[in-house]
Unconditional design. Sequence first.
Length: 327
Amino acid sequence: MANVNVKVNINVSLDPHVQPFWEKGYQDLSVSCMGGPSFEVAEVATLLSPKSKVLDLGCGEGRNALYLASLGCQVTAVDRSEAGIRKLQMIARNSGIQLKTIVADINSFNIEGEFDCIMAHGVLNYLDKPLSRKLISQIKLKTRAGGFNIFTLYIYNEEFPCTNEMKTSHYRNSFLPNELHLLYEDWHEVRYDKYVKWDSHPGIPMHYHPVEKLVSQKPGGDNIGRLVKIPISCLNTISNNLFHGISMGLTEEDVYALIGKPEVVDKMNANGIQFGMSLYNPDRPHPTVEGYTLQLWYYGKYVVYVSNGLVSGKALYYTQPIRIICS
Ligand SMILES: C[S@@+](CC[C@H](N)C(=O)[O-])C[C@H]1O[C@@H](n2cnc3c(N)ncnc32)[C@H](O)[C@@H]1O
């Protein structure tokens, strides 16, 4: 597949009430705005063949799209941000990675063809509420039997109510707790995690996102049931105070000194050119890295994200953390 860039819905306009911080990050070629590829995408990738067709809706600058394309998947990446798509195109071209990009408003997007995996990470909550429900029906329909849908949603949480950033970004349109999960009752549940995640982006200090992450597999197909859920339990936990003392950018040694070594670690590796971590690195002002490693360090319900040796996020889990393995 050659690199293709399509522009549809010329009428793409940003809601004047939405002041997305990411537009600035997408325009800045010296930073990675959203960090490297997601852990659950790497888990699902173990079941996708290299030629699998993948659709990334609201791909942003394309950290997951680039990763899956680097594995040989035929990726179509869609976002309404011209700057995000331009950055993704430039990085893909310079790295010899092929993918198709589309600048479009997914509120009114028509999914053409069928896909083995359709994902939307941190996106549906910015759509108009009735339209996002309609989009879900279309996404389910356009996924092949045995294929995957991967969603990360920002959900209102009383203990951690929405931040200003989220209020200005249509947070009110988000799904209700468990609402998306119920829409997938007829599919095989691979992952359903509820947690609050703290992270930071260039120009945006540490903040939190109450999250529901849903990975579902469409019935049928020949890889059904090959992903097995393993609960992650560890006896060593930490206090809430210690957890809140962890800042972004700490080294592994800093974290050991602060809260000790984790009892359980999960790890993903992505080879070749990938988006790096979303912390500005003055020593290497570039959005990508050569090789990306993300480790999840478990301390009971607390999880520390370590990307290429530095803390890039942390999470407080409400559901039992699990690991997905391919049987
Ligand atoms: C929080 S960012 C997440 C980006 C990307 N999915 C990731 O995980 O790195 C949200 C993205 O959704 C895109 N977005 C929001 N509303 C959209 C719409 N109606 N149509 C297309 N993209 C949209 C934004 O442009 C932005 O890139």
